[in-house]
Design a protein around this ligand. Structure first.
Ligand code: G1P
Length: 307
């Protein structure tokens, strides 16, 4: 991907690369009640690291260290997680526990994390619109917390390259079985010279499988031009009575905005509902160098009815 797009990027003049990333995190987490009554689902541990830290780490790996989290009522602990914790740090230092000290300081140091509150939960499009004063006029990324992307399979950095080459907006896509497409935004698209990049011609949020234009689902990574904010201001509530990001992007496509999709074929861990979350924890635990081997042995015994 890098070699394919480098010459195009060099040719693109006046391109401002994105520096900011917006992470919507105002959702009520109803699928995880009662756990989410007092604890934001963004802080649920995936092994020993909060789900949202994986997202911020991914942003930082792609070079985006200016992070805006769109939060809501009851989500204050997210800010604590990305802040320094002087008493905890002093205690760990006094104990000489440098490993844990480093882990505790890392989440505060790895990025500049800012917060804005959404006020009322009026949908993903509305959450993104809340970031408009912060983002300004530059292109920016949006990352949704339910999608964890394996560190070995870069996606966001590829999307940034594609946006550098073509301008406009870029969304992440996943080929899903037809009967699952109604859980996602879906695109109509045509091929490009690269089989992992498509040109998007239309979009629809959560279509019936029979009416879906393809089996290409939008997953939780976007690189957007700031023109999306004007589109969002004009967007009426759509699917679920909410202001949908997909509807705003659809109107941008109709207005001629270049819109591309990167078809992701790597490892993705969905933490969106209880079953997906458990699978993500088990998979990532199995892959860990420290606890993975022992956990796998136990898991094999458990599945075989020996544990
Ligand atoms: C949101 C978007 C949808 C996208 C999905 C990816 O839906 O509206 O277009 O496919 O995220 O996870 P939600 O999962 O918030 O219903």
């Amino acid at each position: 991907m890098r070699t394919v797009y480098a010459p195009l990027m060099a040719a693109a003049t006046n391109h401002t690369p994105p520096r900011k990333v917006v992470i919507p995190a105002a959702g009520l987490g109803t699928r995880f009640l009662p756990a989410t009554k007092a604890v934001p689902k963004e802080l649920f541990p995936v092994v020993d690291t909060p789900a949202m830290q994986y997202i911020v780490e991914e942003a930082v790996r792609a070079g985006l260290t200016d992070v805006l989290v769109v939060t809501g009522r009851g989500k204050e602990a997210i800010a604590d997680h990305f802040d320094r914790a002087p008493e905890l740090e002093a205690t760990l230092l006094a104990k000489g526990d440098h490993g844990r000290l480093e882990a505790v300081m890392r989440s505060a140091d790895m990025a500049d994390v800012h917060f804005v509150r959404q006020g009322a939960p009026r949908g993903l499009g509305h959450a993104v619109l809340c970031s408009a004063p912060y983002v300004g006029s530059e292109p920016f990324a949006v990352m949704l917390g339910d999608d964890l992307i394996d560190v070995r399979d870069p996606l966001l950095s590829t999307m940034l390259e594609v946006q550098g080459a073509y301008g406009g907006c870029v969304v992440a896509l996943l080929e899903v079985p037809r009967n699952q497409i109604s859980r996602y935004g879906c695109v109509a698209a045509s091929r490009t010279h690269d089989d992992s990049v498509v040109r998007i011609t239309d979009m629809v949020e959560k279509p019936d499988p029979d009416a879906a234009p393809s089996n290409l689902a939008i997953i939780g990574r976007y690189v957007l031009s700031a023109r999306v904010f004007d589109a969002l201001r004009e967007t009426e509530p759509g699917s679920g009575g909410e202001i949908q990001l997909t509807d705003a992007l659809k109107s941008l496509v109709a207005a001629g905005e270049p819109m591309h999709g990167v078809v992701f074929r790597g490892r993705r861990y969905d933490t969106g509902d209880r079953g997906d979350y458990l699978r993500a924890v088990v998979r990532l635990a199995c892959d860990r160098e420290d606890i993975g081997p022992g956990f796998r042995r136990w898991l094999e015994d458990f599945v075989a009815g020996r544990a």
